[in-house]
Design a protein around this ligand. Structure first.
Ligand code: UFG
Length: 327
């Protein structure tokens, strides 16, 4: 297939573009490198460095694109609270421009990178797609707004679309993984401590209503996630917008994650208790039953050790290319 990947220099977009390119698909990546890395783009992909909203129309007008995978977005919860305008313009504005470019060029097949943050604090776990959507931060609100726009475009203009709501994505594949300039996610931070690029990991609260008092999350391997995108793309139907949660269905606490990182790396990982981080839900666990049943999705790397081992292999290999590397 001939595919356009927006945000293909970022973490999930980069790995998915790599999986598609290695699978023999013709991949064009648009990324403005505002948060992505040039070396996070698979060498077989055509790379266009530009804001998506500015160039998507011209790129799609070249014709014959079989589908679009839309990852380009700002995705830091804390930043979205401090600078919501950047998120509403950057995420919603860009997505509307892309949807309009698709409509104008008759490109109908879309997979959108949505998030568990659209649900907010859940009433219960595991979270199913029919549960209330009540985002607790502008990041989640912008992703939910885009989901609504996609639903309308599907109903009115015949767009064939799927939104995939990721839980906590981690791991690496084929030499592509997490290397953000600003890192806030647990597993890459813990591995940076293991590598000696940071001196300790802060544990944000140990008085949560969970078994060991630290927050519980559902970690999904980025390769399993990438596979779901291809399944969604291949089964999209005109006029229909499908939405699926993607997680492994297992919850791991912050302490369990840190201990697993100690086991996998064999390194000392000092930790320090810190206050709760604002806006963190205690427990987030996905039900991915709908994706398994309807997409035929079969995650293969659900074990936390495998996820951490793959992330560690990537992190160690990064060396000086790591944004966290000491100068
Ligand atoms: N944590 C720490 N110390 C750190 C970093 C994180 O204790 O230095 C904890 C957090 O408090 C949380 C858990 O580790 O309990 C996981 O935190 P992450 O930042 O790795 O991930 P989140 O669960 O906050 O974020 C995920 C997705 C977001 C999404 C959010 C919805 O990565 O895109 O869920 O709540 F918005």
């Amino acid at each position: 297939m001939r595919l356009l990947v927006t945000g293909g220099a970022g973490y999930v977009g980069g790995v998915t573009a790599a999986v598609l390119a290695e699978g023999g698909h013709e991949v064009t990546v648009i990324d403005d490198l505002s948060t992505g890395n040039r070396d996070g783009v698979h060498p077989a992909a055509r790379f266009i460095e530009a804001p998506v909203a500015e160039v998507a129309g011209d790129v799609l007008a070249e014709g014959d694109f079989d589908g679009v995978l839309h990852f380009a977005a700002r995705s830091l919860v804390g930043e979205s609270c401090e600078d919501p305008a950047a998120y509403w313009h950057g995420n919603v504005g860009t997505s509307l421009a892309l949807l309009d470019a698709m409509r104008a060029t008759g490109t109908t097949n879309l997979v959108f990178s949505s998030t568990a943050a659209t649900y907010g604090e859940p009433e219960r776990v595991p979270i199913t797609e029919d549960m209330p959507k009540a985002p607790t931060n502008p990041y989640g609100a912008t992703k939910l707004a885009i989901d609504h726009a996609i639903t309308s475009y599907a109903e009115a203009y015949g767009l064939a679309a799927t939104s995939l709501r990721y839980f906590n994505v981690a791991g690496a594949w084929g030499g592509f993984g997490e290397n953000r300039v600003v890192e806030t996610h647990l597993i890459p931070l813990v591995l940076q401590v293991a590598l000696g690029h940071r001196d300790k990991i802060l544990v944000f609260g140990d008085d949560w209503p969970t078994a060991d008092g630290t927050c519980v999350r559902d970690y999904i391997h980025v390769k399993d996630l990438a596979d779901a995108h291809l399944l969604a793309l291949e089964s999209n139907e005109a006029g229909r917008h499908r939405i699926y949660n993607l997680g492994s269905g297992d919850g791991y606490s912050v302490r369990q994650v840190i201990d697993t990182c100690r086991e996998v790396t064999g390194r000392e990982i000092p930790e320090q208790l810190a206050p709760r981080r604002a806006g963190d839900p205690a427990t987030l666990i996905a039900s991915s039953a709908k994706a398994v049943e309807e997409l035929g999705w079969r995650p293969e790397r659900t074990d936390l050790r495998t996820i951490v081992a793959d992330a560690w292999e990537f992190t160690e290999a990064l060396g000086d290319r790591a944004h966290s590397a000491p100068a």
